[in-house]
Structure formats: structure tokens, C-alpha cells
Design a protein around this ligand. Structure first.
Ligand code: MSP
Length: 483
């Protein structure tokens, strides 16, 4: 029997310090669309997401909320799970870095590997630490003395820590990035990381003293230190698969990952720290990283101070989940920054969903219901009738991770079906040449079956409703009501 291809895809794990906003929702929806597409292709797909719960940021947020760190993250994580349920994120596993049974053994086993390779050493460090980024910053990276991402002056931290000899791996990382052995999409991000590699990588402070931060995974062999939050977090991609535990079946089956999906703000950690750690441990590298842009609101970064933070739950409540997912896929090029305003959302909703997917489905199914009451073709037959150009271009777009192009192909299909109805006018022809009209409507139903298949990764519920309507040979309730 032919073995199915495996496909392991991940989101970053989200900081448990605050509620997730539209930007985070974008990472999850984008990853979910790709995961669903691979399942539809028949790949044995594994989709991992989760929460990043250690580090200074989470610890401080818990203190600000007057809670213990564990209480605080437990509550946050419940909200994350609820949001992912609402967004219909089809993950196979949700990993938590506070999980002592699943995550800790993996993170500690990986640390031991780095130590065995001679890549962990103790050193004194003084630097400027941005809690928002959970990383040290160089003077050069600051603007007016502040972290440009968080508009905050970083804290001066001086302490004795364990270090990871990342500098050892600069040349090898550069080689794999350049050759594409570790593919980085898009090209602009690949170039960005190559220029960082050309400057040479510095060793990374990889632990914090427990007396300063009593919240983290103990460093193997030295309980007075906890692991640096990025060292802890990155290992989730393998700890989730059982790395460091007995009989890691998933790890053997799915590692290396096919794709890590991340935002551009965390490129360096994934394209420099992570491959360095894996090289040191002698483990295979992920095959590719998709680095998406940031979602802006009205052209500017979402921020509480500006008051333009968009809450995904509010949008979903007003327009429905599938419309929300479709907007993110159709309107945002994953390779660039994207924009989201409610005005733009409404336009897209009306043009492509209410007057597009929804309208064409109703029209075709209405004709099918009236003119073809005996229609007996199965969904399977209908589906395979139209495998061709749209599907090929769609699959290529998905393969190239251009999810927006794939979503636009859906809109092209809708347009083609609309044009076909306008040109042939089967609702008139039914009176003059009923046989021909029926044939045309049958063809249009095939088009709608294709539409259901192509929209499925973006709008799973809508796809199901379309297929149900086809199976019942009935016009569905309006899929999208004009707003
Ligand atoms: N905990 C780290 C990731 C560790 S992975 C081993 C982290 N968490 S985060 O919660 O800050 O961000 C998670 C994801 O959300 C990242 O991919 C980040 O790029 C994305 N986004 C956060 N704000 C965003 C926008 N405004 N727009 C698009 N994505 C953004 O980083």
C-alpha cells in the first residue's frame, strides 16, 4: 500500500500575557487554511498550536492581575482555546509550556543535547532587555533608546547566565538558508535573515537565575536557573511530538516539520536560534518557514493607545466566522503587511460573499431544484466532473503558500459561473429548449460542487452548507445576507 505523505504544520505558541487580537487570529487562520488544504489533498496532516506561558512578560502580567502565575495562565489559556474553537481552528494538539508531562521532558532533553555537544557555557552578561520581545536588544536596534516594537525603554540586566554558542552555527545556518534546505518564504525575509547571518550571530543568554524569575523550566543539573523563555518555547515543536519521552511515535512520524508559520517579528528566533539549536542537537531541520507580515488597522499598527485594536470576536459576531476567515485569506497577502478596517471588510463581504459565493449558489440551486427535480448525480461525480484549470492553479497557489491567490481563484470561479448564467440564461431557455437548459444547469451544479471544494479550507461551514444543498437538491438558506 502506498504510504500517505505526512505534513506537519505549526503556529507559534502564543504568549499567555494578554488576550489574542486580530493579528494573532491571522496567524492561526492562515495556518488552519493550509492544514485543511493538506488534509483535503490526502496528506497525513498534523497541526500543532499552543501557548507560551513562561518568561518575564507572563510572570509580570500575572502579578499585575493579582494572581499566581499558574492561575493567570490557566485562565488565559482557556480563553485561547475558546477563541480557536470560535475560529474553527482544526489543530490536532494544543501544547502548553507549563505542561510538565508533555513539554518539560522535551525541553530538558534538548537542553541536555546542547550541553553534551559542548554548546552551553556559563558567562556574565550585561545587556538591554525588552520584556515585550523577551530578548536582549543591541543599541543599534533601538530608536530613541526605545524598542521600536514596544515603544519602551529596555531594562538593563546584568547577571551570570548559561549561554548557548549560537555563534558556532552562523556559517552552517547561512548555508542551509542560502541553499533552500531550510526554505524561508518570502524572499524578502530570506534576505533579511541572510544579512543578519552575514553580520555573524552572537551567543545567546539561555537562562535566568531563579531568584530573579521563579517561573520557568529548571535548567537540567542546575536548579538555581530556569531556561530562557525562547529556548523553552522553541522546543515545543518537538516536545509536542514526544521528543524526550519514551517511545516518541509522533516525533518519528512527523519530524522534521514541513512548515512553521510565523509573523515577521519573530523571524530571527525561528530562522537563527532554532536551526542553531537543532544543529547542535544533531536533529533534522524544519523544511520551511512562512513569514507573514503584520496586520495593520487603517494603515497603522494596532495599539491600545491609538484605540484601533480589532477584536476578532466582535467581527465574527457581526459578520459570521466564515466571512472573517475569507477576508483574511482573500485580502491579505501573506508575504506582506495587510490592512483591516470594518469599512473594507463590509465591501469585501458584500462583493465577494453576499453578491458572490452566496448569490451564485442560491441561483444555481434554485434552478436545479426547479428544473432538475430528478437529478441523481452524486456529489462525488459532480466534483470530479470539473477537475481542471481552476483546481490546478489553486493547488499551485497553495503550494507556493499564496493563500490569497488561491482565495482569489475562488472569486474567479464565482465570476465565471455568473457569466455563464448571464450568457446562457437557462431561466429563459427552459421555455424554448428545456433539454439544453437542463444540461446547462447540470453543468452549473458541477461548478457549484467545485466551488464547495475550493472554498472548504477558507470557509468550512459554508462548504458544508453548499454540499448539503447539492445533496438535497434544494436552494439553501441565504449563505451571506447583504450588510
Ligand atoms: N510566544 C512567541 C512565539 C513563540 S513560538 C516558539 C510570540 N507570541 S505572540 O503571542 O507575541 O505572537 C504570536 C504570533 O502572533 C506571531 O506569529 C506574531 O507575529 C503574530 N502577531 C502578533 N501581532 C500581530 C499583528 N498585528 N499582525 C500579524 N501577526 C501578529 O511571539
Amino acid at each position: 500500500m502506498e504510504q500517505k505523505k505526512t505534513y506537519y504544520i505549526t503556529t507559534p505558541i502564543y504568549y499567555a500575557n494578554a488576550s489574542l487580537h486580530l493579528g494573532h487570529a491571522y496567524t492561526s487562520v492562515l495556518t488552519d487554511i493550509l492544514a485543511r488544504h493538506h488534509r483535503a489533498l490526502g496528506d497525513d496532516t498534523y497541526f500543532l498550536t499552543g501557548s507560551d506561558e513562561h518568561g518575564i512578560k507572563n510572570f509580570q502580567s500575572a502579578a499585575d492581575a493579582g494572581k499566581t502565575a499558574q492561575e493567570f495562565v490557566d485562565e488565559q489559556v482557556q480563553k485561547f482555546r475558546d477563541l480557536f474553537k470560535l475560529l474553527n481552528i482544526s489543530y490536532d494538539q494544543f501544547i502548553r509550556t507549563t505542561d510538565r508531562e508533555i513539554h518539560w521532558p522535551g525541553a530538558q532533553a534538548l537542553w541536555k543535547k546542547l550541553a553534551d555537544a559542548g554548546d552551553i557555557y556559563k558567562g556574565e552578561y550585561e545587556g538591554l532587555y525588552c520584556v515585550g520581545c523577551e530578548t536582549f536588544k543591541t543599541e543599534k536596534e533601538l530608536e530613541d533608546g526605545k524598542c521600536p516594537l514596544h515603544a519602551k525603554v529596555p531594562e538593563k540586566i546584568k547577571q551570570e547566565n548559561y549561554f548557548f554558542k549560537l555563534s558556532n552555527y552562523t556559517a552552517r545556518i547561512k548555508e542551509v538558508v542560502e541553499s533552500g534546505e531550510l526554505a524561508i518564504y518570502p524572499e524578502t525575509r530570506k534576505n533579511e535573515i541572510l544579512s543578519l547571518l552575514n553580520e555573524g550571530l552572537e551567543d545567546v543568554s539561555f537562562s535566568r537565575q531563579r531568584k530573579d524569575l521563579p517561573w520557568g523550566i529548571p535548567v537540567p543539573g542546575d536548579d538555581s536557573h530556569v531556561m530562557y523563555v525562547w529556548c523553552d518555547a522553541l522546543s515545543n515543536y518537538i516536545s509536542a511530538l514526544g521528543y524526550g519521552r519514551d517511545n516518541p511515535v509522533l516525533f518519528e512520524k512527523f519530524w522534521p516539520a514541513n512548515l512553521h508559520v510565523i509573523g515577521k517579528d519573530i523571524l530571527r528566533f525561528h530562522a537563527a536560534f532554532w536551526p542553531g539549536m537543532l544543529m547542535s542537537a544533531g536533529l533534522p531541520l524544519p523544511k520551511a518557514i512562512l513569514v507573514h507580515g503584520l496586520i495593520l488597522s487603517g494603515g497603522v499598527k494596532m495599539s491600545k493607545t491609538i484605540g484601533n485594536v480589532i477584536d476578532p470576536i466582535a467581527v465574527v459576531n457581526e459578520f459570521g466566522l466564515d466571512a472573517f476567515r475569507f477576508y483574511l485569506a482573500h485580502e491579505i497577502n501573506p508575504f506582506e503587511d495587510g490592512d483591516f478596517t470594518i469599512e473594507k471588510f463590509r465591501e469585501v463581504y458584500n462583493a465577494y460573499l453576499a453578491n458572490g459565493v452566496g448569490n451564485v449558489t442560491s441561483r444555481v440551486m434554485k434552478m436545479s431544484e426547479s428544473y432538475l427535480p430528478e437529478r441523481a448525480t452524486s456529489l462525488e461525480e459532480l466534483r470530479s466532473a470539473r477537475k481542471g484549470d481552476f483546481e490546478n492553479r489553486y493547488n499551485t497557489a497553495m503550494e507556493n503558500l499564496k493563500v490569497n491567490d488561491a482565495a482569489q481563484i475562488v472569486s474567479e470561479l464565482v465570476k465565471e459561473l455568473d457569466e455563464e448564467i448571464a450568457e446562457t440564461q437557462p431561466f429563459k431557455m427552459i421555455k424554448t429548449d428545456p433539454e439544453k437548459a437542463k444540461e446547462i444547469v447540470e453543468g452549473l451544479v458541477e461548478g457549484i460542487a467545485e466551488l464547495a471544494r475550493l472554498v472548504a479550507p477558507f470557509m468550512p461551514d459554508t462548504a458544508q452548507k453548499i454540499e448539503d444543498a447539492i445533496a438535497a437538491n434544494k436552494m439553501p438558506e441565504p449563505l451571506f445576507v447583504r450588510k
